[in-house]
Design a protein around this ligand. Structure first.
Ligand code: ADP
Length: 375
C-alpha cells in the first residue's frame, strides 16, 4: 500500500471507530437517562457523571444521593441490568458515586428535609418506638442524614431507647439544639420537661409543642425526619400536617387478630387526614428460640402481611421477638442490634423496603418542583 493510501485507510478506520464509539456512548447516556433517580423519580441527568469507552469495556459512573443510600446495591444492579439488556455485546463497569443534592425548605416551618415519615400504631406497646429508632439508625448507618423526633408526648420512650438523657438547651430567640444520638439529631418532649413530670397536653398547647419541635429545633439538612407518633389519636398527625407535608406514615402492628383491628383503625385515621400510608411493619412476628433455633409464632404470623396485601399497602417486613432487642432497648444500646445477625438483617431489610417503596412512589408520581413556603 502506498504511503498516501495507507494514511487515508487509517484515517477512515479511525473516524469510523470514533463515530461508532460516540454513538455507543450517546446510546448509553440515553439509556441511563431513562432510569429514574430513586429520590426524585425523574430520569437521570446530571447524575450521569461519565461514560467512557476504554476499548475493553464501557466505564459508567453514576451519582446517587444520600437519600437513596440504603438501596445503593439495588440501584447499581438496576443500572447494570438496564445496560446489559440493551447492549448485550458490550462489557460495562458501573461505579456509583455520591451525588450532592441539598434538601429544600418545606412546609410553613421551612424544615430542610426530603422525607418526613410518621411511624404510628393503633395502640401502645406494639414496638412503634423501637421500629422508629431502628429505622433512623438503619438509614444513618448507610449514609443518609436522619433526624428522630419523639412526638409521643403522652409516653415519650425515645430517651430510654436511645440512652440519651438530659435537657435541651433553649437558646434565646435562637433555635433549640437537638440532642445528638451518634450523629442523629434527636428531639423529645422528654428533653424539655423534668424527668417524671406529667404533662397534660391538649389542643393549642399540644400544637405549640409540636410546632416547637419542628420549627424551633435546629435540625440541619435532613434526608429523613422519622417521627415517633403517639398511638391512636389523630391530633398530632393533624398538627404536623399543618406545619409540613408528611411524606407518609408507616404503621407498626403485631400479628394477632385483635392487634390488626387497631392497625386498620390507624390506617383509616391517616387516610382520613389525607396522609398517605407508605407501608406496614409486622413486629413480634415469631420467636426464634436461642436454645434450639426453632421458630415459634407466639402471636400468630403473617396476619399483617395478609392485611397489607388485601388493602394494597406495601409490606415493609417483619421484626421477630428478640430478647436482645428488648434488652438493648432498655439499656439504650439500639445501635448494637445491627451487629447482631439474629436481628440486624431484619431491621436493615425494613429500611431498604421503605426506601424502595418511596423510590417506586416517586417514579410513578414524580414530585413537581414547587416553591417552598416559609412561615
Ligand atoms: P410502643 O412505642 O409501640 O409503645 P416500644 O417500641 O416502646 O412500643 O416497645 C415496647 C416494649 O417492647 C419495649 O420494651 C421494647 O424493647 C419491646 N419490644 C419491641 N419490639 C420487640 C421485639 N421485636 N422483640 C422483643 N421486644 C420488643
Amino acid at each position: 500500500m502506498a504511503a498516501r493510501e495507507f494514511f487515508y485507510h487509517t484515517l477512515t478506520n479511525q473516524n469510523g471507530f470514533m463515530s461508532e464509539n460516540n454513538e455507543l456512548i450517546e446510546q448509553v447516556r440515553a439509556a441511563l437517562g431513562k432510569i429514574p433517580d430513586p429520590e426524585t423519580g425523574r430520569g437521570l441527568k446530571k447524575q450521569i457523571l461519565s461514560v467512557e469507552n476504554s476499548g475493553d469495556a464501557v466505564n459508567v459512573s453514576v451519582g446517587l444521593t444520600s437519600f437513596a443510600a440504603a438501596i445503593k446495591d439495588e440501584f447499581k444492579a438496576e443500572v447494570e441490568s438496564t445496560l446489559s439488556e440493551q447492549f448485550g455485546d458490550s462489557k460495562f463497569n458501573v461505579q456509583i458515586e455520591n451525588f450532592d443534592r441539598p434538601p429544600q425548605p418545606i412546609g410553613t416551618v421551612g424544615l430542610k428535609c426530603k422525607a418526613v415519615i410518621a411511624i404510628a400504631a393503633g395502640k401502645g406497646g406494639v414496638g412503634k418506638s423501637t421500629a422508629a429508632t431502628s429505622l433512623a439508625i438503619a438509614l444513618k448507618r448507610v449514609g443518609s442524614s436522619v433526624g428522630l423526633l419523639d412526638a409521643d408526648v403522652y409516653g415519650p420512650s425515645i430517651p430510654q431507647l436511645t440512652g440519651i438523657r438530659g435537657r435541651c438547651a433553649a437558646g434565646q430567640g435562637e433555635k433549640i439544639a437537638p440532642m445528638d444520638f451518634d450523629g442523629i439529631p434527636l428531639m423529645s418532649i422528654g428533653y424539655m420537661i423534668p424527668p417524671g413530670e406529667a404533662v397534660i397536653w391538649r389542643g393549642p398547647m399540644l400544637h405549640s409543642a409540636i410546632t416547637t419541635f419542628v420549627r424551633n429545633t435546629d435540625w440541619g439538612d435532613l434526608d429523613y425526619l422519622i417521627i415517633d407518633m403517639p398511638p391512636g389519636t389523630g391530633d398530632i398527625a393533624l398538627s404536623l400536617s399543618q406545619l409540613l407535608p408528611l411524606t407518609g406514615s408507616v404503621i407498626v402492628c403485631t400479628p394477632q387478630e385483635v392487634a390488626l383491628i387497631d392497625a386498620v383503625k390507624a390506617v383509616g385515621m391517616f387516610r382520613k387526614v389525607k396522609i398517605p400510608v407508605i407501608g406496614l411493619i409486622e413486629n413480634m412476628s415469631s420467636f426464634i428460640c436461642p436454645d434450639n433455633g426453632k421458630s415459634y409464632d407466639i402471636f400468630g404470623k403473617g396476619g399483617a402481611k395478609e392485611y397489607a396485601q388485601q388493602d394494597n399497602i406495601p409490606y415493609l417486613g417483619e421484626i421477630p421477638i428478640n430478647i436482645n432487642l428488648r434488652q438493648r432497648g432498655d439499656a439504650g444500646k439500639m445501635f448494637d442490634n445491627f451487629d447482631d445477625e439474629t436481628i440486624g438483617p431484619y431491621l436493615e431489610s425494613i429500611a431498604k423496603q421503605l426506601v424502595t417503596t418511596l423510590a417506586k412512589n416517586a417514579a410513578t408520581n414524580p414530585p413537581t418542583p414547587t416553591l417552598p413556603v416559609i412561615g
